[in-house]
Design a protein around this ligand. Structure first.
Ligand SMILES: *Cc1c(COP(=O)(O)O)cnc(C)c1O
Length: 415
């Protein structure tokens, strides 16, 4: 219970998951299978001709992000912390993902495309053998405009769902929480998306969005807390990582484990990616979730075993953080249970540290990412002794940033 007290007092904590098990012991018992992720990957490949036509900046129509090596950041961190950190530092650049500029381009876009495919197929206007670029034709826009997509969001999921839905031709309503940034709402409205704002937090926006959607039989609600499709879209990213590392000549094995630090909000993004990584690398990948000290919902749910039945407000926290993508008070129970024996551990980070690393990364490597994206950077310090006799590839998963307007960037960099 010591961990609980530390969470209550908003101390930075590192939690090693006592339920962690070897992957082959649990893989058969999980509610999501490798086949499901492969199915999602293939669906995204079917949609590639559409994506390429609708968003010419996405070459080949596959939305994927590069990996940057960040050795100068490692040296800087070792000097700052006065400690040796084993292995090499890598940055996964989901901040650069096309269309949404965040990790939400994975799950959000996948779920909307899957829904569109099903509607079109059920109505006999699309078949699997078609070249999906026909979806850009007016007759499809005419068809999709009778259907609505709705979602509750702290910002980035709304950006992703709103942009892709509007492009397909759906009517789309994004229910935004009070922490959502103004520029995100403005950007969405400029694309013809209806944005409804709520004075409360994200859970309220989700609840209202769900209610609103349930009243309309032609409306689909993207359920960030429970959606298996969102999860599968994220998981594809984990599957694809191996090809990328292979191309870089990086071989992952027991002596060279992949250690991944994933910023976590409700859990779908980091959970999906972690699941895809476990399917790929099994026991040679170690996944850690990172959360703000003001909103450690996933760690709280997993430590207590109460998952979605407990919120950070229940232990007296305010759920107010500069990491707007992570400002979630109640975790996904679906993800928490699924990760129960797959997650190596989790840790928290103070808001001031997000800015400290934001500037460090910018000064050392010339890379700007948004505050939420820096949550994982405490990871190598916490796990330092665990991997000291190996050569770990320490991968910080940057989850967003490329769409942040210039004025906002300057504000972040001068804090
Ligand atoms: C949404 C988000 C996350 C976390 O994803 P969840 O599915 O909410 O856990 C991390 N970083 C950024 C920038 C995000 O927008």
């Amino acid at each position: 219970m010591d961990i609980l007290n530390q969470l209550k007092n908003m101390k930075e904590v590192f939690w090693i998951n006592p339920n962690y098990k070897s992957f082959h012991e649990v893989v058969e018992t999980l509610p999501v299978k490798l086949e499901d992720v492969i199915d999602a990957k293939e669906r995204l490949e079917r949609f590639a001709p559409f994506i390429e036509k609708a968003f010419p900046e996405v070459r080949g129509g596959i939305i994927e992000s590069p990996i940057s090596s960040i050795p100068r950041l490692k040296t800087w961190m070792e000097e700052e912390m006065e400690m040796r950190i084993p292995g090499s530092f890598l940055l996964k650049r989901d901040d650069l993902l096309s269309i949404a500029g965040s990790i939400k381009a994975r799950g959000g876009i996948y779920e909307v495309l899957k829904h569109a495919e099903k509607l079109a197929m059920d109505n006999g206007i699309l078949s699997m053998e078609d070249d999906y670029s026909i979806l850009c034709e007016d007759r499809f826009k005419e068809f999709f405009k009778d259907y609505t997509i709705q979602v509750g969001s702290t910002g980035n999921l709304g950006l992703s769902i709103g942009t892709i839905s509007a492009k397909i031709g759906f009517k789309v309503i994004v229910h935004m929480s009070s922490d959502a940034k103004e520029w995100k709402k403005d950007l969405l409205r400029s694309k013809g998306v209806e944005v409804i704002e709520y004075p409360d937090d994200y859970s309220k926006a989700v609840e209202e969005g769900r209610k609103n959607s349930d009243m309309d039989p032609n409306s689909h609600f993207v359920d960030d807390e429970n959606s298996k499709d969102l999860f599968l879209g994220y998981a594809v990213g984990g599957l694809r990582l191996k090809d990328q590392l292979d191309h870089m000549g990086i071989v992952i094995d027991e002596k060279h484990p992949l250690v991944v630090y994933l910023p976590c909000g409700v859990g779908g993004g980091p959970g999906g990616v972690a699941f895809g990584l476990k399917l790929t690398y099994g026991d040679n990948v170690h996944c850690y979730f990172a959360e703000p000290t003001h909103s450690p919902c996933m760690m709280l749910g997993m430590v207590t075993g109460k998952h979605e039945e407990i919120s950070v407000e229940d232990i007296g926290l305010d759920n107010k953080t500069e990491a707007d993508g992570l400002a979630v008070g109640r975790p996904s129970g679906f993800v928490g249970r699924l990760m129960d024996s797959l997650l190596s551990g989790a840790f928290t980070i103070e808001d001031s540290k997000l800015y400290y690393y934001l500037k460090g990364l910018y000064n050392e490597e010339g890379i700007f990412i948004e505050p939420s994206s820096l949550a994982g950077f405490n990871g190598p310090i916490f796990t330092n002794i665990l991997y000291k006799d190996k050569h770990p590839y320490q991968m910080m998963w940057a989850t967003g940033g490329s769409l942040v307007p210039k004025g906002e960037r300057e504000k972040f960099l001068t804090r």
